[in-house]
Design a binder for this molecule. Structure first.
Ligand code: SF4
Length: 289
């Protein structure tokens, strides 16, 4: 549809790296507490917009010499400035074309409701959408073995916001191919033993099945290897995108040729720094093949 093309072209022109569109029907079966239609009953399309985390934003963490760069350009500013501006501008584009558009911030679903239902039949506010779940439904990628979202374009390096709209847009197909090899070896990327490859489960979203390992997020909350607390809410999962596990995973995906965003040089060319955990660190050098 011509309007969908115009919308995507506009989003790209203002720096949006990823756009996925899920028709609301793909959310069938979700609980009202998680359902976009609880927020906007007339919603027809759930748009997931994404901004890449520059690989360079991870460099200071990888070297153990500069953590603020990631905190700003990979985390706080990326979400609160760059991605939030893209989200509101694309929402404005829709409203300039007479479609209501609700820009939504990515809040951890672990927060739970913060109030009581204000009328019979309503879920308690705030209804919280799981953004990774929505991004699968919107065709942007998959949830990898280490429970981080993976896209063909950037691997694990991106963040998402959402726009709900009553515009009917061309859906993005749910990604069929597998991006993550889902190897038990990936559990060895964590020096604290937080990833348990003996305890896997398969999650299914919009017909896409994804095998993931159990992760002890309590250990991640204590991790000094580049993980950061969830800055939205203390009950939210820690931010692991700059942690040793995810940097090693990123280096692996790049080396395996599974990321479209290519670089002249490899990300990891020497052993990463690590605060030693309870098991010996492996994954030194470029990868643990
Ligand atoms: S964040 Fe830290 S503790 Fe958690 S899986 Fe990654 S390296 Fe392990």
């Amino acid at each position: 549809m011509e309007f969908t093309k115009q919308f995507k072209e506009y989003a790209a022109s203002i720096g949006c790296d990823l756009v996925g569109i899920a028709p609301i029907e793909r959310f069938a079966g979700l609980a009202p507490e998680r359902h976009p239609a609880s927020i906007f009953p007339e919603v027809k399309s759930v748009i997931v917009v994404g901004k890449r985390i520059p690989r360079g934003a991870l460099r200071g963490v990888e070297e153990g010499t500069q953590f603020n760069t990631y905190n700003c350009y990979g985390y706080a500013w990326l979400e609160d400035r760059f991605l939030s501006m893209i989200t509101v501008k694309t929402a404005e584009f829709l409203e300039n074309n007479k479609w209501e558009a609700i820009p939504m911030i990515n809040l951890p679903v672990e927060m739970g409701p913060m109030g009581v239902p204000v009328q019979p039949g309503n879920p308690a506010p705030n209804v919280l959408i799981d953004f990774d779940d929505a991004a699968v439904r919107a065709g942007l990628g998959e949830i990898g073995y280490l429970r981080a979202f993976v896209t063909p374009q950037f691997g694990a390096r991106q963040r998402f916001y959402i726009i709900l709209t009553d515009a009917v847009l061309d859906p993005t197909p749910v990604l069929k191919e597998d991006l993550c090899e889902r190897s038990k070896k990936f559990a060895e990327y964590c020096p604290l033993g937080a990833i348990d490859a003996s305890n896997e489960e398969t999650i299914e979203i919009a017909g896409k099945k994804m095998k993931v390992a159990a992760i002890d997020f309590k250990k991640c909350a204590q991790c000094k290897n580049g993980a950061m607390p969830n800055r939205r809410h203390p009950s939210g999962k820690p931010d692991r995108l700059a942690a040793l596990c995810m940097r090693t995973y990123m280096a692996h995906l790049e080396k395996a040729g599974r990321v479209e965003n290519k670089f002249v040089n490899q990300f990891r060319t020497r052993p990463p720094w690590v605060v030693q955990g309870e098991r010996e660190i492996i994954g030194e050098g470029s990868d643990i093949e």
